[in-house]
Write a protein that binds this ligand. Structure first.
Ligand SMILES: *[C@@H]1O[C@H](CO)[C@@H](O)[C@H](O)[C@H]1NC(C)=O
Ligand SMILES: *[C@@H]1O[C@H](CO)[C@@H](O)[C@H](O)[C@H]1NC(C)=O
Length: 453
């Protein structure tokens, strides 16, 4: 629901580039703020915290909504106000859709950790994101600098659960041509994390609730070489509308469809509100009907923002739990995760890349765009200070990718922490010849941008 893929009007408004000054590292987490919760890692198609299977029991959290982007993890008073309610609700994860990569997050991350809560974080902001109408133009070094700076800001917190590389960029069949760019961003983030010597924080995409290409997108993000594959896949799913059931919602079919999917799968948004919400899907999601294939999910959403999905109403410092809050709380409390490992798939294989079709317009085959050349230096030197939420924006800025990358381009061949000189030897991928473009929209928005210069 919340999406930061911008309109052409916004793209047209953005033109100048923001380059990093590497000196300012304030936004990075301090060494003292780590270690309160066990870091979560991926094994097979599951998440594990230490030796225990980890299920996301979460809620989506962006008070104020997406249009007026504010960083809730930099708002200490807001965190104090809300963390108590996260605990009452019984969640172990919140998803935040946008943060300010220049802000300090130590206090909120520490409060969350003390409450046993992990953060699933989108790395995009309204002005720094892939534009579904102009993916080639918006996949540039200025954009990646912002993404990498966000990784820097959250990498050292042990309760950073995962990063979303994109959210609902593809929202219909005609936008599937953006998939190679989304996958390239995911690859670049994984390579950045490895190259900087950070913990292997999982990176993956959050797909829109679109039936016609959801499976293709899942397959696509898990096909190719290990350097190209995601660490997990998530999708938004509003198909269980109470009164419903595992069968009536079609969730039983989805479990079959994804039964061989070899990376963790979870719901990045759920909670259909067509009728009164009973949250009966909680009992299915955390039962052995689903746990072999799914790793839980995030209810949309904590605060009421005008679309009747809110669990609470926030007024200043006051939180009023709504009926849905109490319903969800009761269902979560009544639903323990299965004991043992939930029947997860211990070792699976890469999926086959989906074929081009009337609903899947990816013409690149197994190839991906190469990382934009000026962004390569961030792998060895770090991203430096991010642009925050006030920067000029990236969607019409910087230097684009100029060709296809070799299949192993995202491999980490040395890390920043290996030794002082080692980073310089990082293998830079070769380019192959032909540039690809993601449709006529690129041309259209380039022209549109140009007319405004
Ligand atoms: C799942 O994968 C295994 C091997 O990777 C294969 O033998 C089996 O047929 C697959 N099952 C389905 C339902 O696709
Ligand atoms: C498919 O994508 C290509 C660019 O990759 C574009 O030229 C073409 O118009 C798209 N086709 C459809 C049917 O959207």
């Amino acid at each position: 629901m919340k999406t930061f893929a911008a309109s052409l009007a916004l793209v047209a408004a953005l033109s100048s580039s923001v380059l990093a000054s590497p000196a300012n590292l304030e936004a990075r987490a301090t060494a003292t703020s780590t270690g309160k919760l066990p870091a979560v890692s991926v094994k097979g198609n599951a998440f594990f915290a230490g030796n225990d299977r980890f299920y996301i029991r979460g809620v989506d959290y962006q008070p104020g909504g997406a249009s007026d982007a504010k960083d809730p993890i930099a708002d200490v008073a807001g965190c104090k106000r809300d963390v108590a309610y996260f605990q009452k609700l019984g969640v172990n994860t919140i998803r935040v859709y946008t943060v300010d990569n220049t802000a300090n997050h130590d206090e909120c991350m520490s409060m969350l950790a003390d409450a046993g809560i992990y953060l699933a974080l989108d790395v995009n902001t309204p002005k720094y994101s892939i534009n579904r109408a102009a993916p080639a133009l918006s996949y540039n070094d200025v954009y990646l600098q912002s993404v990498f700076a966000t990784i820097d800001a959250f990498s050292s917190y042990s309760n950073t659960l995962l990063f979303f590389s994109g959210n609902e960029v593809i929202n219909d069949d005609s936008t599937t041509a953006c998939a190679p760019y989304v996958k390239a961003v995911t690859r670049d983030m994984r390579q950045y994390i490895g190259s900087r010597g950070y913990r292997a924080i999982p990176v993956g995409y959050s797909a829109a609730d679109v039936d016609s290409n959801r499976l293709e997108m899942a397959e696509y993000m898990n096909c190719g070489t290990d350097a190209e594959r995601s660490d997990f896949f998530a999708f938004n799913d509003y198909s269980w509308c109470d009164p419903s059931s595992f069968q009536k919602s079609g969730w039983d079919k989805k479990v079959q469809t994804y039964s061989n999917y070899s990376i963790p799968l979870f719901l990045s948004e759920f909670g259909c509100n067509t009728n009164t919400r009973q949250f009966n899907e909680i009992a299915s999601l955390y039962s052995d009907e689903m746990t072999a294939v799914y790793s839980g999910g995030l209810v949309y959403e904590y605060s009421e923002e005008g679309s009747k999905y809110g669990l609470v109403k926030i007024s200043g410092d006051t939180v009023d739990p709504l009926t849905d809050f109490n319903t969800l709380k009761t269902k979560l409390a009544a639903t323990k995760a299965p004991t043992g490992d939930g029947g997860y798939l211990k070792s699976g294989v890469a999926t086959k890349c989906p074929a081009e079709s009337s609903t899947w317009n990816v013409t690149w085959g197994n190839d991906l765009p190469s990382i934009p050349a000026p962004a390569k230096k961030y792998l060895t030197s770090g991203a430096g200070k991010g642009p925050g939420l006030q920067g000029a924006g990236s969607q019409n800025a910087g230097t684009q990718s100029t060709g296809t990358a070799p299949a192993n381009a995202g491999q980490v061949s040395s890390t920043a922490s290996a030794s002082t000189g080692a980073a310089a030897s990082l293998r830079v991928p070769e380019f192959s010849a032909a540039p690809y473009f993601c449709g006529l929209v690129v041309l259209a928005s380039t022209l549109l941008g140009a007319t405004l210069l």
